[in-house]
Design a protein around this ligand. Structure first.
Ligand code: GLY
Length: 283
């Protein structure tokens, strides 16, 4: 029997003021593992808690696109390579629950209006995830675009420092099975239809028999480096989980916000080049 391990985070750049959200999510995950529960249910529970917390950039409270809409991405993956994801989904409360339903279909990823239609067919009610705080941040972003008040390196909307990222969770259950999940409202200054790393297997999450990895930060840069799979491959080749996370972080310039959480056979790992609210039960 393996000891259950959970790691959760509220996004690269999230302030430590919301570490209670990471802990509440982590404890919800652990309660699912009590009595031999599955890592899949643990990660699902954790991400539902984080999506429902309006202070995080996922589910209710998601960042808005430049046209004022909330389009959300989420994904989940287990060690037998089963995975489900949604991208640019709108009008649902918990994208991670829709992603989990996608897992039960022959497909891996559903996008946009068709992902919404699938959610409705599966019984997910209409929900407006746009909060007053998200509208304030959106107006600030539009003002900065109008003024051209962007850091030089953000001319292509890259490396933007005001990123408050994705939420994520990884878990190992008492049978030694793993699961990784992630959910996001995206980043600052997004065009409608933009999809980041979060719903892309290998980029935002990866899971296999060696462990589970979930990452946060600038999606385009993460996709280019296939970050979650890169960290996973190090673990599969025998690197300790913490060392694999540290090595993954070194793939990026420090100007690019990146956070990584992982759980492997030897325990938990976490690495971030910004402040990040995160939690684990591991020693
Ligand atoms: N990592 C979240 C995003 O770039 O969409």
């Amino acid at each position: 029997m393996a000891s259950p391990v959970v790691v959760t985070h509220c996004g690269a750049g999230s302030t430590l003021e919301i570490v209670d959200a990471a802990e509440t999510a982590g404890r919800a995950a652990l309660s699912a593992l009590d009595g031999g529960g599955r890592a899949l249910d643990a990660v699902t529970n954790a991400i539902v808690v984080l999506e429902d917390d309006e202070r995080t950039n996922a589910g209710t409270g998601s960042r808005l696109r430049i046209d004022g809409r909330a389009q959300m991405d989420a994904s989940i993956m287990t060690e037998d390579l089963e995975s489900g994801a949604v991208a640019a989904i709108e009008g649902v409360r918990n994208p991670i629950l829709v992603a989990r339903k996608v897992m039960e279909t022959p497909h891996v990823l559903l996008v946009g209006a068709d992902a919404v239609a699938f959610a409705r067919r599966m019984g997910f009610q209409s929900h407006n995830p746009v909060t007053a705080a998200a509208k304030v941040r959106w107006k600030e972003s539009l003002d900065r675009i109008r003024r051209g008040d962007l850091p030089p390196h953000a001319r292509k909307w890259r490396d933007f420092r005001d990123l408050a990222g994705t939420v994520g969770a990884v878990a190992r259950d008492s049978r030694g099975h793993f699961c990784a999940g992630s959910s996001t409202g995206g980043t600052a200054f997004m065009m409608p239809g933009r999809v980041g790393d979060t719903p892309i297997v290998g980029a935002g999450i990866y899971c296999g028999s060696a462990g589970a990895v979930s990452v946060t930060g600038h999606g385009e840069e993460i996709i280019r480096r296939v970050l979650s799979k890169s960290v996973y491959d190090l673990m599969a080749r025998g690197r300790r989980t913490q060392a694999a996370c540290d090595e993954g972080l070194r793939l990026f310039k420090k100007t690019i916000p990146i956070g990584i959480i992982a759980v492997g056979k030897d325990g938990a790992g976490e690495a971030c080049n910004r402040k990040m609210a995160w939690w684990t039960n591991a020693p």
